[in-house]
Design a protein around this ligand. Structure first.
Ligand code: GLY
Ligand code: MN
Ligand code: MN
Length: 411
């Protein structure tokens, strides 16, 4: 697929939108975060803070983006980049240099990270408001440290720019949608490979590995740890262990996704381990699929996630008995116990609030499911839906969910 290019101009545009939302007199500082050590000689893989990445396109650790909007509404921005450490680079590789960071992000003022606290203390002296990202883990935030800075901050009102950035990130730009489509394509390839290899006796982790191999070969990451939940694990929404041997007659629910250039896909499909759904599994699958398809057509501008959740519950309450399933005495909540969807983007759950109202250019998952623990059954079908003026566009449309086609592909 031809892909759009994106670059510094796009990040300049995102930062302009961000700074327009700041009050005059605000100094905002967003940190990329720091690697977390996992053993004496190794760190956990480093992922930059997604708000930092959204604004800069950079993935360097321990780097700060700062923007100051003065009382007249003029903005000036800075990037504080760690200085090269030649000895360390012999072990862990060459770090980004200032000219490269400037070219990729479009930020002109690149300063050494070691001078950030003093420099920002002077700016904070001029500011009325100091804004950080309260959603970021405390140990990953910029900790000013110096006495001067504490003094300057004591004169500032403190603000959280997390909600401003969450709101901006909800509305996807064309190049972001393009990256999400690429994440979907990789996810589709991985699921296709998986479908071709699935068989009774295989371990859940083997199936997950087939998918993950395709993702890693494509130069992508995982959106989140792959969920491969067979049989009695199906009703565990975010099942993690993936160690069970998959048995003939069981269903297996995969909830997985590739993350490409930071942007996530999030897809669930439920397959019969043997290659054929039992009559009862098929009936239940058809109910979930029918509900999911009807819900997708309701993913329109002006509809709220709360309304969609209510519709899901109503649809299940009506269709399950029609298909011959006696509803649980405790209520439908015993079989359906999660939200129908969430915003998707750089984070798998991207700036979602439960009272979100859909708008064009949002990408929202549609993922109804039915989980009957007594029957060792969990069926979830999840697609990623782009909201447009003309109606919903299913980005994951081509990932097979029709049960007859699934059975055919497993032959
Ligand atoms: N994979 C997590 C979710 O579907 O929300
Ligand atoms: Mn999912
Ligand atoms: Mn999801």
């Amino acid at each position: 697929m031809d892909s759009m290019t994106h670059g510094a101009d796009d990040y300049i545009c995102s930062r302009k939108e961000f700074s327009e939302k700041l009050e005059p007199g605000t100094l905002a500082v967003i940190s990329s975060g720091r690697p977390v050590q996992c053993s004496l000689d190794a760190d956990y893989p480093f992922y930059p803070d997604n708000n930092f990445y959204y604004l800069t396109g950079l993935t360097e650790p321990d780097t700060l983006y700062a923007v100051f909007k003065n009382g007249a509404g003029e903005t000036v921005e800075y990037l504080f980049l760690p200085e090269p450490e030649p000895e360390r680079e012999k072990w862990t590789g060459i770090r980004m240099r200032a000219d490269e960071a400037a070219a990729l992000s479009g930020i002109e003022n690149i300063l050494p990270r070691s001078g950030a606290a003093d420099f920002l203390a002077d700016l904070a002296d001029e500011a009325k408001i100091y804004a950080g990202d309260a959603g970021q883990a405390v140990h990953q935030r910029f900790a000013p440290g110096s006495a001067d800075f504490s003094e300057a901050l004591s004169r500032c009102q403190l603000a959280d720019v997390g909600p401003v950035l969450a709101r901006l990130r909800l509305i996807k730009k064309p190049w972001e949608i393009d990256l999400m489509k690429q994440a979907v394509n990789i996810t589709a390839r991985g699921l296709n490979d998986l479908l071709g290899e699935l068989h009774p006796g295989m371990r859940e982790y083997e199936a997950a590995a087939v998918f993950e191999y395709a993702v890693r070969r494509a130069g992508a990451e995982l959106s989140f740890p792959t969920i491969a939940a067979s049989g009695k694990n199906g009703p565990i929404l975010h099942y993690e262990t993936n160690r069970n041997k998959m048995k003939r007659g069981d269903l297996v629910m995969f909830d997985l996704g590739a993350r490409y250039c930071g942007y996530a896909a999030d897809v669930s499909r439920t397959y019969p381990v043997s290659g054929t759904y039992s009559t009862r599994q098929r009936k239940l699958y058809d109910v979930v699929l029918g509900v999911q398809k009807d819900l997708i057509s309701a993913y329109r501008t002006g509809v709220s996630l709360v309304q969609l959740q209510e519709t899901t519950v109503e649809l299940f309450k009506c269709r399950l008995p029609l298909a011959g399933f006696k509803l649980p005495e405790a209520g439908i909540g015993a079989w359906y116990y999660h939200s129908v969807g969430h915003s998707l983007g750089l984070d798998t759950h991207d700036g979602t609030s439960r009272d979100l109202v859909l708008e064009p250019r949002m990408v929202i998952t549609c993922e109804p499911g039915i989980y009957i623990a007594e029957e060792n059954v969990g069926i979830r079908i999840e697609d990623d839906i782009l909201i447009t003026e003309k109606g919903p566009v299913n980005l994951t449309e081509k990932i097979v969910k029709d049960p007859a086609r699934i059975e055919l592909l497993m032959k």
